[in-house]
Design a protein around this ligand. Structure first.
Ligand SMILES: [Zn+2]
Length: 213
């Protein structure tokens, strides 16, 4: 049987990146390393979060540190187009600071389906409403994240097997999966967003560099 390799799309259709993966300025200011990326809707009006790939929801709930949370594991191998883990592999997705979750544990969801969550500002580092996204190559222990030094009620303290989400997420700019997505980054974030966080591919393989807004 041929293995299905799926291309992931952005979880927000008009994603504006506000803080990058393992960003040094972020670590200096916050006192801990950023093992994911932060993004919000470009207009700050839409809070809809969609599945970036076909995935099974493994955990939903209120985490004492990370806020309302959704954790899922991909069904297919996901294309990684850049970085040290380039290739394809199954991935874990962890979302934090959600306002609402519209799916349940055990559900299998696809990008083309209904929205899975609303992002928000729950959790102790929620600040202004945004989505914190982590992608992890460890699919055996989906609730374990290097973000936590000590385990919380849902998120557990784990080793770093994360991957830069911008090495994985593509922009569905032509609406192949139902959305005409766009990528931008927050000019106001300054050094919290570096070149790596501004550039990815379209689903058609074309390089897309988001402008600062
Ligand atoms: Zn974050």
């Amino acid at each position: 049987m041929k293995k299905t390799i799926e291309k992931a799309i952005l979880p927000l259709n008009h994603a504006r990146v506000t803080a990058g993966y393992k960003n040094p300025s972020y670590a200096k200011k916050m006192g801990f390393k950023h093992y994911g990326i932060d993004m919000a809707d470009r207009s700050r009006e839409c809070v809809d979060v969609y599945a970036p790939f076909k995935m099974k929801i493994v955990k939903v709930g209120d985490d004492n540190v990370m806020g309302k949370t959704l954790i899922a594991v991909s069904i297919n191998s996901i294309d990684v187009h850049n970085g040290p883990k380039k290739g394809s592999r199954p991935l874990t997705l962890r979302l934090a600071h959600l306002a609402k979750v519209h799916v349940e544990e055990g559900d299998v969801v696809v990008p083309e389906g209904a929205k899975i969550a609303d992002y928000g500002s729950t959790g102790i580092h929620g600040n202004s409403p945004h989505l914190h996204v982590e992608l992890d190559t460890d699919v055996e222990h989906p609730t374990y994240s290097p973000t936590l030094a000590r385990s919380s009620n849902i998120w557990k303290a784990g080793k770093d097997t994360t991957i830069n989400p911008m090495d994985v997420f593509k922009v569905d700019s032509e609406g192949e999966r139902g959305y005409e997505q766009s990528l931008t980054h927050a000019k106001s974030s300054g050094s919290w967003v570096l070149d790596d966080d501004k550039t990815t591919l379209g689903l058609n393989g074309k390089v897309i560099t988001g402008k600062g807004v």
